[in-house]
Ligand binder design. Structure first.
Ligand code: HEM
Length: 412
C-alpha cells in the first residue's frame, strides 16, 4: 500500500474548529469532539472565530500544569490573546486592569484586597442567613403557582440576595444587575448592547462606592472604599473589583442550582442520596461531584504564553494563545473513572471546575456554601419535586460564559 503523504494543507484541514457543538443525547455531556481530542491529543491546536489557532488543553494534569505556570498570562491586552468574540477583541485594548486580566505581581496585589471577605471562616458565618434566604424562597415558591420556574423562584434570587448582602449592593436593584451582567457576558449579544451593559454596571458601582467612601457600612464594598481612602487601591480599581464580584457572584451559582437540580431529577437515585442524608460531609461531596459533572464554565479559560513552554512533547511558543477546557478535563476518565456517571459518593474535589492556580475562583467557598444549603434543603422540603415539561423541550443556553437552562419548569 502506498504511504500517505500529509502536507501543510492536510494539517490545516485537520485542525478542529472551536467551540464544538454538544450532542443532542445527554444535555450534561461535554461536546463529543472535545472528548475525542482529550483522548487523542490533550494538548493540540484548534481554530477559533478570528482564524487564529490557539492551543486547546483538554487533559486534567496538563491544565493544572499550565494554569499554575508563571509563563502563562491572563493579560488580555496582549496582541495574540485568544478572545472569546470579536467584541471582546475590540474592547480589550481599552479594558481596565483588574483581577481577571492581570498577572503577578499586580494580580497578587489586587487579589489580596478581597481575600478577607472570602476566607472560609468568614463565609461560614453566612450559613444561617443563607439557610433563612433559601427557606423563605421555598416557602414563597410553595405558596405560589404550581408549576413554577425554579430559575426565577430560587436559583437566581439565592445568589443575588447573598452577593448583594456581602457586597452591600441594594437587592432592590437585582433586575438591573442581573440583566446587565448577563448581557455583558453574552457572546451572542450585539456588541453595542454588551458595551452599554458593562458601562451601566461600572457607573452603578461607582455611584455606590462614592457613597461608601464617606458613609461606610459593614460590607465588602465598604472594605474596598476603606482601601481607596487608605491609598491602597484607586477608585477605578475598586469599582472594577466590585463589578467582577457582582457579575461572577450570581450567574454561576444560579446556573449550578438550576442545572444541578435538573441533573438530580434525571438521576433520582442520586437525588435520594441528598434527600435522605443529614451528614454535611455527604452534602459537601455531592456539591463537588455536581460541580465536576456539570462544569458550567464551558467557554475555555483564556490565556497567552509569555515564553516558550514544553508540554506533552509539544512546544507552545511565546505569544501563542491557550484555551483551557475544564469541561473536558472534568470528564477525563483517567482521573474520574466512569466520568459520564453522576455519582455523588465519588471523591471529586480535585476537579477543575473552579479553575486552578493563582486565578482559581475567588468566590469558591461562598459558592460551595450556597450550593450545600440549597441542595440539602430543596429536595427534603419538596420530596415530590419533578419536571413540569419533558427534558427535550427545555432550552439550553450555550452563548454565555456558563452553560445552563433558560427556564426550569417544576411541579410538586
Ligand atoms: C458555582 C459557582 C462558580 C463557578 C463554577 C465559578 C467558576 C470560576 C472559574 C472557573 C474561575 C477561573 C477563571 C480563570 O481562571 O480564568 C473563576 C474565577 C473567579 N470567580 Fe468564580 N465561580 C463561581 C462562583 C463565584 C462566586 C460566588 C464569586 C463571588 C465573588 C466568584 C468570583 C470569581 C472571581 C472574582 C474570579 C476571578 C479570580 C481571579 O482572576 O483571580 N465566583 N470562577
Amino acid at each position: 500500500m502506498a504511504e500517505t503523504v500529509t502536507g501543510p494543507a492536510d494539517d490545516a484541514a485537520r485542525i478542529a474548529e472551536y467551540p464544538m457543538p454538544r450532542a443532542s443525547g445527554c444535555p450534561f455531556a461535554p461536546p463529543p469532539a472535545l472528548e475525542a481530542l482529550r483522548e487523542e491529543t490533550p494538548v493540540t491546536q484548534v481554530r477559533i472565530w478570528d482564524g487564529s489557532e490557539p492551543w486547546l488543553i483538554t487533559g486534567h494534569a496538563q491544565q493544572r500544569a499550565l494554569l499554575a505556570d508563571p509563563r502563562v498570562s491572563n493579560d488580555d491586552h496582549f496582541g495574540s490573546f485568544p478572545h472569546v468574540s470579536e467584541y471582546r477583541a475590540q474592547i480589550a485594548p481599552f479594558t481596565p486592569r483588574m483581577i481577571v486580566n492581570t498577572d503577578a505581581p499586580e494580580h497578587t496585589r489586587l487579589r489580596r484586597m478581597v481575600t478577607g471577605p472570602f476566607l472560609i471562616k468568614r463565609i461560614e458565618k453566612l450559613r444561617e442567613p443563607i439557610q433563612k434566604i433559601v427557606d423563605d424562597l421555598i416557602d414563597d415558591m410553595l405558596a405560589g403557582p404550581n408549576p413554577a420556574d425554579l430559575l426565577t423562584a430560587l436559583a437566581l434570587p439565592v445568589p443575588s440576595l447573598v452577593i448583594s448582602e456581602l457586597l452591600g449592593v441594594p437587592y432592590a436593584d437585582h433586575e438591573f444587575f442581573q440583566r446587565n451582567s448577563s448581557l455583558a457576558l453574552d457572546r451572542a449579544a450585539p456588541p453595542a448592547e454588551s458595551q452599554a451593559a458593562s458601562r451601566a454596571m461600572s457607573d452603578y458601582l461607582d455611584k455606590l462606592l462614592g457613597e461608601k467612601l464617606t458613609d461606610p457600612g459593614d460590607d465588602t464594598l465598604s472594605e474596598l472604599a476603606g482601601r481607596v481612602n487608605a491609598g491602597e487601591l484607586t477608585r477605578s480599581e475598586a469599582v472594577h473589583m466590585g463589578v467582577a464580584m457582582l457579575i461572577a457572584g450570581h450567574e454561576t451559582t444560579a446556573t449550578m442550582i438550576s442545572l444541578g437540580t435538573l441533573a438530580l431529577l434525571e438521576n433520582p437515585e442520586q437525588l435520594a442520596v441528598l434527600r435522605d442524608t443529614e451528614d454535611p460531609k455527604v452534602v459537601a461531596n455531592a456539591v463537588e461531584e455536581l460541580l465536576r459533572y456539570l462544569t458550567i464554565v464551558h467557554s475555555g479559560l483564556r490565556r497567552v504564553a509569555k515564553e516558550d513552554i514544553e508540554i506533552d512533547g509539544r512546544t507552545i511558543r511565546a505569544g501563542d494563545g491557550i484555551l483551557v477546557e475544564i469541561t473536558a478535563a472534568n470528564w477525563d476518565r483517567e482521573v474520574f473513572p466512569d466520568a459520564d456517571r453522576l455519582d455523588l459518593s465519588r471523591p471529586a474535589r480535585h476537579h477543575n471546575a473552579f479553575g486552578y492556580g493563582p486565578h482559581q475562583c475567588l468566590g469558591q467557598s461562598l459558592a460551595r456554601l450556597e450550593l450545600q444549603v440549597v441542595y440539602s434543603t430543596l429536595y427534603r422540603r419538596v420530596p415530590t419535586l419533578r419536571l413540569a415539561a419533558p427534558i427535550e423541550q427545555l432550552e439550553f443556553d450555550n452563548s454565555g460564559t456558563t452553560y445552563g437552562v433558560r427556564c426550569l419548569p417544576v411541579t410538586w
